[in-house]
Design a protein around this ligand. Structure first.
Ligand code: BGC
Length: 870
């Protein structure tokens, strides 16, 4: 018997609205033993097909009409003739239809201040449905320069934050589609409805980047929206933004800034009709003006990303009132999000300030030093009585808050995590609770930094799309979550922002940064590598080749640029040594064995050359998947040359580096750059000796940290890998756990043994974040080696389970929700007996390897096997 477990359109089970002319459909099945698929029929509107793949089947029927709903059905028949069916639907968006509305703004609002965000702007339009006609379908299409939120008659439209999302606005701007039928059909027929939108500065107009630039995309906020209403009698009506809308900047949102926080004055709150309720200040609505924003996006397309929504909530685990009048709350978890205040019996005009921070000072006050210029403060001015407030247009990275201005007995605070909607696809657990905490910290590092774009950190005045961070973290993220929509969206911007000569900006979207400006055309190893490594990680996990097709041109141009920069000044083998400073490298960024930024960068020669090998080799694999054989050979050869240059120039030819440091061994070992087994063995022994002499502590920066355990374990030294993994001495992953970390830190030594931050201004510009996912890239090792699950064929159609026993673990298990269903590995050790249970999803096969070397080919089902450990 077969069951259809999942049927998706553009990776969404429900609610897909797309402008894609060829949306993609995927499905997963489960089955009882022996069941077989005889026939699969996918029907989309009038189009019928019999797909041979379960992943990303592209629509190939007649042209899709805009503003339409298409039913999708899947029927699957088994070997006995029994058929199961599943249904979903999707909606087309505008499909390029011109907007009947125009961009509007407040022509009277002059905003020239530097380094801050503009005052939020609100827009209003009253809509009266045609008399006597019943609304049967209503959609609101909306986007903004800034971040917006709509309400109808005072009821919030949708549940997402920070719409229209963060993209490279000059090229890509998303619009959202809201089903507002119920909001308009409610109430008396013929009654007036008030559409109200507030637009804050967000990324497009507000201050962003630690230099606090503002007005990058537009000089002030603007709104573009269209309401389309269908009536029961077959008529319809379209209301677009225009000068018949009203605007005001003296609504309740007094200040909103991504870094600084939000100020909300409830005495100015809008009533359902947009008029002021209570208080003395009435909004001065006036005519909105048609606006021509200084940046006109090339494409305005139906939302294709993963919307930011509310997720977990946290009640305080501790609360302390201080003599200075502030109350400090501890939520027990560092996260990105906002705080919700439930207030009782407040006085009109009472002001409540909430400051946020990741750590406390020794005296129990908030430590906000490392937020740098970010004020991360929510201020709420109360009306009288009971009320609730939560910021809408900002977020903070925090574990602690300090509340001032209210008696703790009259307020309840709740932490609300905000992050992009990502289906959780992986879990890992083992017998060592410390490693389980590490896994949780890795997942929270991801949740806190997968907020519309992949950010470096969620708290200080950065939160930018640093490419190097996701380049190293993507493989782990792709175990823990279905990253497809999130990464596909971001990769469109990577593609859009690629420099004409092939380099990739260090942060995407650039949005006012573009460092280092002096060398705008450069390629930068490991950071720019994101354009190759991120699509590859996504492809391996999800098996959808379209991400490779979409990015292939970008990848080639980038690797060609790397080859150019590496070869610029060298001759012979040195043409493949990407030496410092050509033109600039981050090198072994954050390596804890050398204290200075310049020392991390000075290792750029090693990390750059290894990057050239890695990106060229990965690109060759991509070329092969896409059927570009000649390209594949060209990039394989480039990878070989970089490997040969690395080994010839940096080592004695016998597995010893002339200048030794962990990353310099890790990269050639993990990337297979040593020419033969004998040299590799010597090299791994040298790495092991280096690690031992360092007390099994980490000495790697961004490029080495994800791979060091693989480099050791895969080359015969799992003993050393496990000693590093389980080490609690700083710097190590479990040192952070020992110190009570709930996320992964940027710097291993972020807190000393007393729980205090020992780092002052050490030349890194207070670069101390307690929520940076990059070093959490070790997560992939937990899945791939400890649980032992990894894809052999992209998307896990064929996968491997080969657990690595060590570190005193007596059991471990990992599950991965593959596109075909859940793959699982669960092992335990009793005495010397090792037992492994493997779950193989329907439609896949697995090669399981036991620690004694026995290999078993497994078909769909659950299989248990055992062996003796020696
Ligand atoms: C960020 C990093 C980033 C680095 C590169 C930092 O400020 O937080 O994670 O990759 O800069 O310079």
């Amino acid at each position: 018997m077969l069951t259809i477990d999942r049927l998706t359109v553009e990776n969404l089970e429900r609610g897909c609205v797309t402008d894609d002319a060829t949306p993609r459909f995927s499905y997963a099945l489960s089955a009882t033993a022996g069941a077989e698929v005889r026939e699969v029929t996918l029907t989309v509107g009038d189009w019928v097909c019999h797909p041979s793949s379960q992943i990303a089947v592209p629509y190939a029927g007649g042209p899709l009409e805009p503003f339409s709903t298409y039913p999708v059905t899947l029927s699957v028949t088994d070997e006995r003739g029994a058929t199961v069916r599943a249904a979903t639907s999707f909606e087309t968006g505008r499909m390029g239809e011109a907007w009947s509305g125009e961009w509007i703004s407040d022509a009277t609002y002059r905003f020239t201040d530097k380094k801050v965000s503009p005052r939020p702007m609100s827009f209003r339009r009253v809509f009266v449905p045609a008399p006597g006609r019943q609304v049967v379908r209503a959609r609101l299409y909306a986007t903004a320069m800034g971040v917006y939120e709509f309400s109808i008659d005072g009821r919030r439209v949708g549940d997402r934050y920070f719409a229209p999302g963060f993209t490279s606005y000059a090229t890509n701007l998303q619009y959202q589609t809201y089903d507002v039928t119920a909001l308009l059909a409610d109430g008396d027929a013929g009654a007036a409805h008030t559409l109200l939108a507030t637009v804050a500065g967000g990324w497009a107009v507000g201050s962003f980047v630690f230099t606090r630039v503002n007005r990058v995309t537009a000089d002030r906020q603007a709104l573009l929206a269209e309401l389309r209403v269908d009536y029961a009698d077959g008529t319809s009506e379209v209301i677009g933004t225009g000068s018949d809308w009203e605007v005001t900047t003296d609504g309740p949102f007094v200040m909103a800034d991504l870094y600084d926080g939000e100020t909300y004055d409830a005495t100015r709150a809008f009533g359902p009709d947009g008029e002021g309720v209570g208080g003395t200040v009435r909004p001065s609505w006036h005519e909105a003006a048609v606006e021509r924003p200084k940046t006109v996006p090339k494409r305005i397309e139906a939302d294709y990303g993963a919307p930011v929504r509310e997720h977990e909530t946290f009640e305080p685990i501790g609360c302390k009132r201080r003599a200075d009048g502030e109350t400090i709350y501890d939520f027990g978890q560092n996260f990105a999000g906002i705080v919700r205040l439930d207030i009782t019996g407040a006085d009109e005009g009472q002001r409540i300030d909430v400051r946020h921070a990741e750590i406390l000072n020794p005296d129990g006050t908030l430590n906000t030093t490392f937020l740098r210029t970010a004020k991360a403060t929510a201020t709420y001015i109360c009306t009288s009585g009971d009320q609730t407030y939560a910021p809408r247009f900002t977020y903070m990275g925090f574990r602690y808050i300090a509340v001032r201005g209210i008696d703790p007995a009259r307020i309840r605070v709740t932490g609300v995590a905000l992050y992009s909607e990502l289906a959780r696809t992986g879990d890992f657990a083992c017998s060592d609770e410390r490693i389980n905490r590490l896994q949780s910290n890795i997942v929270w590092g991801a949740k806190s930094n997968l907020l519309d774009i992949p950010t470096d950190c969620p708290q200080r005045d950065e939160r930018m799309g640093w490419t190097g961070d996701i380049a190293v973290f993507a493989p782990t993220a792709c175990y823990d979550f279905d990253m497809s929509r999130f990464l596909d969206k971001w990769l469109r911007d990577v593609k859009a922002e690629q420099l004409p000569t092939g380099g990739i900006p260090n942060t995407v979207p650039v949005q006012g940064y573009g460092f280092p400006a002096t060398m705008p055309r450069m390629a930068i190893a490991w950071w720019g590598d994101a354009c190759v490594l991120v699509p590859w990680a996504e492809y391996e996990a999800r098996g959808d080749v379209s991400v490779l097709e979409d990015m292939y041109g970008t990848m080639r141009k980038y690797v060609n640029a790397c080859r150019f920069w590496a070869g610029l000044f060298g001759v012979g083998k040195h043409r493949y040594i990407w030496w410092m400073p050509t033109p600039f490298q981050f090198g072994d960024w954050i390596a804890p064995d050398v204290p200075k930024m310049q020392q991390w960068q000075a290792r750029g020669k090693w990390t750059g050359t290894a990057s050239l090998n890695n990106t060229a080799r990965t690109l060759a694999k991509v070329a092969r998947v896409l059927g570009h054989e000649a390209d594949a050979r060209e990039y394989d050869e480039l990878a070989d040359r970089a490997a040969d240059a690395y080994v010839s120039v940096f080592t004695d030819g016998d597995g010893r580096l002339k200048e030794e440091f962990q990353t310099a061994y890790v990269l050639p070992l993990h990337l297979g750059m040593f020419p033969d087994e004998a040299t590799r063995t010597k090299a791994v022994d040298n790495l092991a000796a280096l690690v031992e002499s360092n007390g099994y502590r980490i000495g790697t920066g961004f490029p080495g940290t994800p791979y060091i355990l693989f480099a050791l374990a895969d080359n015969g030294r799992p003993d050393v890998a496990f000693r590093m993994l389980t080490n609690e001495t700083c710097p190590s992953w479990l040192y952070e756990v020992k110190m009570g970390a709930t996320t992964v830190w940027e710097r291993w030594d972020g807190l000393d043994e007393h729980g205090e931050c020992p780092i002052g201004d050490d030349g890194t510009d207070l670069m101390i974040s307690y929520n940076h996912y990059a070093s959490g890239a070790v997560g992939a090792f937990l899945y791939r080696r400890v649980a032992g699950i990894e894809p052999v064929e992209a998307g896990y159609r064929r996968f491997r389970v080969r657990p690595l026993v060590g570190g005193g673990l007596t059991w471990a298990n990992g599950h991965v929700d593959t596109p075909y269903g859940t793959a699982g590995s669960a092992w335990s050790v009793t005495g010397t007996r090792f037992t492994l249970t493997v779950d193989v999803p329907f439609g896949t096969t697995c090669e399981a390897t036991l620690p004694d070397g026995t290999i078993r080919e497994l078909a769909h089902g659950t299989h248990t096997m055992a062996c003796d450990l020696h």
